[in-house]
Design a protein around this ligand. Structure first.
Ligand code: HEC
Ligand code: HEC
Length: 335
């Protein structure tokens, strides 16, 4: 009984520990704040302890959800043992690293409480389940999971569980992406190609094809372009978004969010090369994203646009003139 209780409350205790740690930090900050009136800065680094998953029915769903994050292709890939949903053999954790808990790696620890949410890409409010299916269809090139499927319930249970480690009232470190300074000139795919050869090809391959694991079920190094990688219309296909992620996370064995390996300009050039479809001939997806063009992300590379700039400038920059134009019209450019 005693040990059962310990397991069942383990997550809560840990979450409390994180909160306590957090409030110590903010206390100091709060004092500073009073003196300087600077806005609260996210200082808490959150940790999730998988041994604290409760040993009950909910915990069972959480565990399967965690498995799905890490071994997505094995369970629901093109030859998935529990259903064939994904069109490629990538795993969620390839981008949402450490099962969506790594800071600055498209962290998912707030998702449970952030939905339902208005999404500009669809021009409507989406539930978290619908948002999960967005990633299943793009970047995973798949078909949506039924909303009441065991897999969807598991994903949602897992997101709820990782959210229990988040302090309720304060921001935490790494929930948002690292920012990159937008260069005054367009991102340069030719320069990106050289950098790719130097820093990325040893794992992701000369043709961005990645490297399948010996069992062929998924990748040791996931692909970056071609028909088995993420498609246009995925957020990773946007240059600013990808550069922010690369800065914190790649090269895999060299970069950390607090010690990035690539400069901002290098990350932009590499993202421009990786996402240059004139070179890489990605299969196109027909899509009707952003029904309201004044809500379209700045670095989205399909028109029509609510301004007079070219597709190329939206894709590669320079972005500042576009931002200024929008500002002058009283609109807010987002990316
Ligand atoms: C190729 C990279 C990639 C893969 C693989 C991927 N995603 Fe995503 N996902 C993204 C990006 C990029 C975003 C948007 C992040 C942003 O705007 O900062 C996102 C956003 C999300 C969100 C919304 C987060 C929020 O709080 O708004 C959820 C939920 C999500 N993904 C779940 C999944 C799941 C589940 C899988 C596996 C089935 C998956 N993703 C696979 C790149 C990826
Ligand atoms: C040492 C090997 C290694 C190097 C070098 C490396 N990566 Fe990665 N990369 C990985 C691994 C492993 C993952 C999957 C991470 C995970 O599952 O946690 C990944 C994931 C990615 C992803 C997201 C998943 C996808 O396939 O779309 C992108 C984008 C990416 N890397 C780009 C790059 C770029 C650009 C460089 C060069 C600046 C680079 N990587 C260098 C190993 C590497």
């Amino acid at each position: 009984m005693k040990s059962l209780l310990r397991i069942a409350t383990g997550g809560f205790l840990l979450a409390t520990a994180a909160t306590v740690f957090y409030s110590c930090q903010t206390k100091v900050q709060g004092e500073e704040k009073e003196k300087t009136k600077t806005p609260a800065v996210a200082t808490a680094l959150l940790q999730v302890d998988s041994t604290a998953i409760p040993n009950d029915k909910f915990g069972k769903e959480v565990k399967y959800g965690q498995q799905l994050m890490y071994n997505t292709a094995y369970y629901i890939g093109p030859e998935g043992i529990n259903g064939k949903y994904l069109g490629n053999k990538m795993n969620c954790t390839n981008c949402h690293q450490q099962g969506g808990t790594k800071p600055f790696s498209f962290n998912l620890m707030l998702s449970h409480e952030d939905y339902p949410q208005y999404r500009a890409r669809e021009g409507k409010v989406l539930t978290l389940a619908e948002r999960v299916n967005n990633c299943v269809t793009r970047p995973h090139n798949g078909r949506p999971l039924p909303l009441d499927s065991k897999e969807m319930v598991a994903f949602l249970s897992y997101f709820r569980w990782i959210n229990s480690f988040v302090p309720k009232d304060k921001p935490f470190k790494g929930q948002k992406n690292l920012s990159v300074t937008l260069p005054d000139i367009a991102a340069n795919p030719e320069h990106g190609a050289l950098l790719y050869e130097q820093h990325c090809a040893r794992c992701h391959g000369k043709e961005g094809e990645g490297q399948l694991r010996p069992d062929q079920l998924t990748y040791t190094y996931p692909p970056l372009w071609g028909k088995y990688g993420y498609q246009p219309g995925s957020s990773m296909h946007r240059i600013i978004k990808q550069a922010q992620w690369l800065k914190a996370n790649m090269p895999y064995d060299k970069a950390t969010w607090d010690k990035p390996f690539l400069s901002d300009a290098e990350a932009m050039d590499i993202a421009a090369f990786v996402n240059d479809d004139s070179r890489h001939q990605r299969p196109d997806v027909k899509n009707f994203d952003y029904p309201h063009m004044e809500e379209k992300a700045l670095d989205y590379d399909k028109g029509p646009f609510a301004d007079t700039f070219s597709v190329a400038q939206h894709k590669f920059g320079p972005y500042q003139p576009v931002i200024d134009y929008w500002k002058a019209k009283g609109m807010k450019a987002s990316y």
